[in-house]
Design a protein around this ligand. Structure first.
Ligand code: G3P
Ligand code: CA
Length: 300
C-alpha cells in the first residue's frame, strides 16, 4: 500500500501545485493521472470476500489488505438520507424480512433511515458480522478519511432518486471531499446512467466521472465531454476497445481510462492488463493487487 501511496503522493504533489493555481471546481484543474503502467485496483463494494459488502467492516477489511481504492453504491432512504447499499431492496443483505415482514418488496427508498439503522447488515454474511449496520454516506466518507482510502462512488439507479446527483455532491462537499486533494486524487463518481454523470459534471466539473457499461466504440466520443473513464463488464474488453477509449481526451486526462469489472482471478487480470486496461474492479482486490504488482515488475 505504501508503494502505491508513494506513486500517488508524487503525482499528487505535482497536481496539488496546479490545483492551488486554479479554482478547485475548474475543469481546467489538472487531476492526478495515474503513472503509465500503473494498474489501479478497486475493491468492489469493499472487500466482499472477507466482510459483508458495502459495510464499514468491508472498508476496514480492504484497508487491512492494503487496498487503496474501494467502490460503493449510494441510494436514498424515504426520508432523504444517503446510504451505502447495492440492491434497491433490503432483503438480500439485511434481516429486513424478519424485522418488517409486511413491507415487501422492502425497497430502500420506502424505509426511513431510522428503520434501516435497526437492520442487521452483517449476519447474512457470517455470524461474526452480526450487528453491522447499513452505513450512511457520511459515515462511509468519514471512515475513508481515517483509513486514508479513496472512493469510486456509484450512483446506483439514480433514476429512482431524482436530484441525487446534487444531493450526493452536497454530501461530499460537507464531508470535505470536494476540495482539491480529494477531487484530484481520491474520488471518482461512476454510474450506469450517462445523464446522471452529465449532471454531475455540469454541477461540479472538477469531479472525475466513470460510465459503467460498454457503449459502442463509435459512440464513445459523445461521452468524452463529461466522462473520464469507461468501466465495462470484463467480457466486453478487447484491445481494440481499449484503444478506442484511450484515443479520446477526457475532461481531466489526455486520454480516457478503462477499468473493467468484476475481475476476480489473477489470470483474468493478467489478460486484461495485456489488453491495456488502466484499472481493475474486483471482489478479490488483494489477489488482483498481488497479481498486477508482479506483472508490473515483469512487464508483458
Ligand atoms: O463497479 C462496477 C460494478 O459495481 C457495477 O455493477 O451491479 O456491482 O454495481 P454492480
Ligand atoms: Ca457498484
Amino acid at each position: 500500500m505504501r508503494h502505491r501511496t508513494t506513486v500517488f503522493t508524487v503525482l499528487g504533489a505535482l497536481c496539488g501545485v496546479l490545483a492551488l493555481a486554479l479554482p478547485a471546481s475548474s475543469p481546467r484543474a489538472a487531476p492526478a493521472a495515474p503513472a503509465a503502467g500503473h494498474i489501479t485496483v478497486f475493491g468492489h463494494r469493499g472487500a466482499p470476500a472477507h466482510a459483508p459488502e458495502n459495510t464499514l467492516r468491508s472498508v476496514r477489511s480492504a484497508a487491512s489488505l492494503g487496498i487503496d481504492w474501494v467502490e460503493n453504491d449510494v441510494q436514498r432512504t424515504r426520508d432523504g438520507a444517503l446510504v451505502v447499499i447495492h440492491d434497491t431492496t433490503l432483503d438480500r443483505t439485511t434481516d429486513v424480512e424478519q424485522r418488517y415482514p409486511g413491507r415487501s418488496p422492502w425497497a430502500v427508498g420506502s424505509f426511513t433511515l431510522a428503520e434501516i439503522k435497526t437492520l442487521d447488515a452483517g449476519g447474512w454474511f457470517a455470524p461474526r458480522f452480526r450487528g453491522e449496520r447499513v452505513p450512511t454516506l457520511q459515515e462511509y466518507l468519514g471512515l475513508l478519511d481515517r483509513t486514508d482510502q479513496n472512493l469510486l462512488l456509484e450512483l446506483k439507479q439514480p433514476e429512482l432518486y431524482p436530484g441525487i446527483e446534487r444531493q450526493t455532491l452536497d454530501a461530499l462537499g460537507r464531508a470535505g471531499w470536494l476540495d482539491g486533494p480529494h477531487v484530484t486524487r481520491r474520488l471518482i463518481v461512476q454510474s450506469f446512467s450517462a445523464p446522471a454523470l452529465r449532471t454531475t459534471h455540469r454541477l461540479r466539473p472538477a469531479v472525475r466521472t466513470g460510465l459503467l457499461g460498454s457503449p459502442p466504440a463509435a459512440r464513445l466520443g459523445q461521452y468524452a465531454a463529461y466522462v473520464d473513464e469507461i468501466n465495462p463488464e470484463q467480457r466486453a474488453v478487447t484491445a481494440a476497445y481499449v484503444e478506442a477509449v484511450h484515443a479520446l481526451k477526457s475532461p481531466h486526462w489526455p486520454r480516457m481510462r478503462v477499468n473493467p469489472w468484476t475481475v476476480d482471478s489473477a489470470g483474468a487480470a493478467a489478460a486484461l492488463v495485456k489488453l491495456g486496461v488502466d484499472g481493475i474492479i474486483s471482489n478479490q482486490p488483494d489477489v488482483i493487487e498481488k497479481a498486477t504488482r508482479r506483472r508490473m515488475l515483469r512487464p508483458l
